[in-house]
Design a protein around this ligand. Structure first.
Ligand SMILES: NC(=O)c1ccc[n+]([C@@H]2O[C@H](COP(=O)([O-])OP(=O)(O)OC[C@H]3O[C@@H](n4cnc5c(N)ncnc54)[C@H](OP(=O)(O)O)[C@@H]3O)[C@@H](O)[C@H]2O)c1
Length: 168
């Protein structure tokens, strides 16, 4: 099973502010939707709770929320006590590519443990003040795809989609 991370990251590393996303980039949301649809998505409890209730669990995906809290309930989603347990659940279900969708704590642990094979990275070309940063991804990544998107009436900042593949 390929383990992928998907994230939108400002040039200064910011990914979150006040419990939410610091930008509104509809074409990036569409990219997220079409990349993750029909797959398992693994999310930290805080990121999950930042999704408006009417949009969660994310439709047409198996959502797994990771939390250390006993008895946590997320109707319509699965709940696991660790990232590894969540990955095992996806693997045992026959998933071919599973997505770690944040937030900061979950990305950090996944990269630190070198769990990630592929990154779908939207580089948002702006310096954004925020309170959650993307972690260091370490060495050994190769950019295998890139596509630029200009700022326009619906997108305050220009951004670049990238897919990075780990070389090992
Ligand atoms: N730009 C992007 O692409 C992007 C993507 C996702 C999220 N975000 C942003 O990131 C922010 C949220 O990130 P965050 O770092 O505050 O929180 P988070 O990573 O979403 O969630 C943290 C929580 O997840 C649980 N958790 C984390 N690691 C765990 C582990 N190893 N085992 C079991 N449970 C674990 C804990 O829940 P309990 O406290 O319940 O134990 C922890 O408090 C928001 O602002 C959100 O909008 C941005």
């Amino acid at each position: 099973m390929i383990i992928s991370a998907i994230a939108a990251v400002a040039d200064n590393g910011t990914i979150g502010k006040d419990g939410g996303l610091p930008w509104h980039l509809p074409d990036d949301m569409k990219f997220f939707q079409r990349t993750t649809v029909n797959h398992y998505v693994i999310t930290g409890r805080k990121n999950y709770e930042s999704i408006p209730e009417r949009f969660r669990p994310l439709p047409n995906r198996t959502n797994i929320v990771v939390t250390r809290a006993e008895g946590y309930k997320a109707p319509g989603a699965l709940v696991c006590r660790s990232i590894e347990e969540a990955l095992d659940m996806a693997r045992n279900a026959g998933e071919t590519e599973c997505f770690i969708i944040g937030g900061g704590q979950v990305y950090e642990e996944a990269f630190e443990k070198k769990l990630i094979h592929r990154i779908y990275l939207t580089s948002v070309h702006a310096e954004i003040v925020g309170d959650v940063k993307f972690p260091s991804i370490g060495k050994g990544w190769k950019e295998v795809w890139t596509e630029h998107h200009k700022a326009d009436a619906k997108h305050e900042f220009p951004f670049t989609f990238k897919v990075l593949q780990h070389l090992n």
